[in-house]
Design a protein around this ligand. Structure first.
Ligand code: SF4
Ligand code: SF4
Length: 129
């Protein structure tokens, strides 16, 4: 099957998708992280993950998500984003949701980033939402 040509370049983006508050991890992701760090799943959960609960139209949804850290661009980002290089420090072990995103040949934020950089005539400009 012919692969889709991607119309975004993560190397030119400061990692907006890594600033999402809720980056959910699955059981399989936890196993992959445990292998990557040579830690038990319990250690991975304690050190890198946190529980998140929310009400979705009367249904209590429980998730396990990646911990965050402070960031000078987006206020906070996933703890695994290198704040200087803006790249993922656990790329081969990143959760499935990170592998799949944006699940399209286009990334909405990248379109916005390109538009704003053109408007500002500044290739480095980073707009925040
Ligand atoms: S927001 Fe889009 S362009 Fe930026 S790092 Fe994420 S997928 Fe790549
Ligand atoms: S694990 Fe990597 S790709 Fe996923 S949100 Fe964190 S830094 Fe971004």
């Amino acid at each position: 099957m012919k692969s889709k040509k991607l119309k975004y370049n993560c190397l030119k983006c400061p990692g907006y998708c890594c600033s999402y508050d809720r980056i959910e991890v699955t059981k399989k992701d936890i196993g992959r992280l445990a292998n990557h760090f040579g830690q038990s799943e319990a250690e991975v959960k304690k050190k890198h993950l946190k529980k998140y609960k929310h009400d979705d139209n009367g249904v209590l949804v429980k998730e396990i998500i990646l911990k965050h850290k402070k960031d000078h661009i987006y206020t906070s980002v996933c703890k695994f984003l290198n704040r200087k290089s803006r790249s993922c420090t656990i790329y081969t072990a990143r959760p499935s949701v990170c592998r799949e995103y944006p699940d399209s040949s286009k990334c909405g934020y990248y379109e916005f980033l390109k538009f704003e950089r053109k408007q500002q005539e500044d290739k480095e400009f980073v707009p925040t939402l």
